[in-house]
Design a protein around this ligand. Structure first.
Ligand code: SDX
Length: 427
């Protein structure tokens, strides 16, 4: 293959370099395009545009491949735990036992949250959506840790990373406990990372907390499956906010807000609400399939479709299997699991979905497991954020270490051409 692409415009030829990644993907490098030709490219939603070079996560949407730092999601979900995957995504290698022990200790040394954060949390009404509260508290942490704003050294970076990895789970637990009317609490340094999260989320003040291994293992796997996904909407948000050299916490807060959208991470809550509506409607999946295909109807089959996966989403395959296992192990019978499976079967044989390559994505089955764990539906996207935290951190860190320029896209102006001001009496 040639190492350049030739663009011919009005008889003028422009040679643009081709760059090839380690998985043999090829991109046209257009960094010099506007300077050479005066032209820009236009690509709403960036469906055809790469924003960066990254070594964190590779996915192949046609083949349903997802790898974190070269390790397949199937292997990691089966053999690793969430803290190991967190370390791998951020620092690029699986940790040794000593590295993991120090990482965990450094994180737990940062797992207290200033009691004054309660005052911010208390200011929210009980019915506030947890994602809005979490985004605000994450940004609010900056006031208590100003040193995490200007990250000018690798030590600053490491301290900001272990600080947010220690405090974010506390914020997640507090947001859930506030919604459930439970007293805010702390975990225990003696526990593993995910065990500690569970204790903070689920312990009841009037009984000794007993760890449920089934739930712990399922939560660990779900967090791994959500940990990173290359340049998705929320990760791109974290990167572009961080590219202005805004601090890590405020960049993460922006990512939480982007993830909240129902077209993105908010879909896991929307899927449960959709499945509940179908159940209330007598389980009439055909009616909802018709609505999803009706262009005049804004309804979409939530949890279906993906910008990149035009085959199965490998995470959805693992989560679907886990849903059967977890509900079976917990002895939970949830009719919406059968409704979900029925919907999937219908869609997989319906030309509308098959022609558009719409398959279940990561959000389609995850909520069924969260609900079986006793997590409120409004907390589902918060759980997505908890899982995605390491990926956001890893991508933000890579962007800063590579000294990426501030993100500032161009546009094609389609507004009014120049015109003179009119006094109000003339309008
Ligand atoms: C996540 O990017 C990531 O990696 C995200 C994520 C991650 O880990 O970070 O994987 C997590 O966000 C998963 C996606 C969760 N969202 C949903 O489940 C919401 C429902 N899905 C859709 O809204 C949609 O599929 C998107 C947003 C996910 C993708 O949208 P695209 O790539 O912009 O595709 P599109 O909207 O252009 O759709 C192409 C066609 C259209 O029909 P035509 O105009 O060609 O006739 O497919 C149709 C769409 O109307 N379509 C759907 C549909 N999804 C797409 N029709 C019905 N139901 C759907 N769910």
């Amino acid at each position: 293959m040639s190492d350049t692409a030739t663009l011919e415009i009005n008889g003028e030829k422009y040679e643009l370099p081709l760059v090839t990644g380690t998985e043999n993907e090829v991109a046209i490098d257009i960094k010099a395009l506007r300077g050479a030709s005066g032209l820009i490219t236009l690509d709403p939603g960036y469906k055809n545009s790469g924003s960066c070079e990254s070594g964190v996560t590779f996915l192949d949407g046609e083949k349903g491949i997802l790898r974190y730092r070269g390790y397949s999601i199937e292997e990691l979900a089966e053999k690793a735990d969430f803290l190991e995957v967190t370390y791998l995504l951020i620092f690029g290698e699986l940790p040794t036992a000593e590295e993991l022990q120090k990482f965990h200790a450094d994180i737990m040394d940062n797992s207290m949250v200033d009691e004054d954060v309660h005052k911010i949390l208390d200011a929210f009404p009980k019915n506030a959506h947890p994602m809005g509260v979490l985004s605000s508290l994450t940004s609010g942490l900056i006031a208590f840790h100003p040193s995490s704003v200007n990250i000018d050294s690798s030590e600053d970076m490491y301290q900001a990373i272990v600080r947010i990895l220690g405090k974010f789970p506390v914020l997640v637990a507090w947001v859930m406990r506030k919604k459930m009317g439970l007293p805010l609490n702390y975990g225990s340094k003696k526990l593993g990372y995910v065990e500690n999260i569970m204790k903070m989320m689920f312990e009841q003040p009037n009984e000794d907390y007993e760890m449920n291994e089934i739930v712990k293992n399922a939560l660990d796997k779900l967090l791994i499956l959500h940990a990173d996904h290359e340049q998705n909407c929320s990760t791109s948000t974290v990167r572009i906010v961080g590219s202005s050299h805004a601090g890590l916490f405020v960049s993460l807060s922006a990512g939480i807000s982007a993830l909240w959208g129902p077209l993105h991470g908010g879909a896991n809550q929307a899927v449960l609400e959709m499945l509940e509506a179908i159940k209330e409607d007598g389980g009439d999946t055909k009616k909802y399939m018709a609505k999803a295909k009706d262009k005049s109807d804004p309804f979409r089959l939530m949890g279906f479709g993906h910008r990149v996966y035009k085959n199965f989403d490998p995470r959805a395959r693992i989560i679907k299997k886990a849903a059967d296992e977890v509900l079976g192990d917990l002895g939970v019978v949830d009719p919406i699991l059968d409704i979900a499976k029925g919907l999937e079967q219908e869609a997989l044989s319906d030309p509308y979905f098959v022609d558009r390559k719409l398959y279940p994505n990561v959000d389609f089955y995850s909520g069924i497991i969260y609900r079986a764990m006793g997590i409120p539906v409004e907390m589902f996207t918060v759980m997505f954020a908890l899982g995605r935290l390491p990926g956001w951190i890893a991508q933000w860190r890579e962007m800063r270490l590579r000294k990426e320029p501030i993100g500032r896209p161009r546009q094609l102006y389609i507004g009014e051409t120049e015109r003179s001001f009119k006094q109000i009496s003339e309008r």
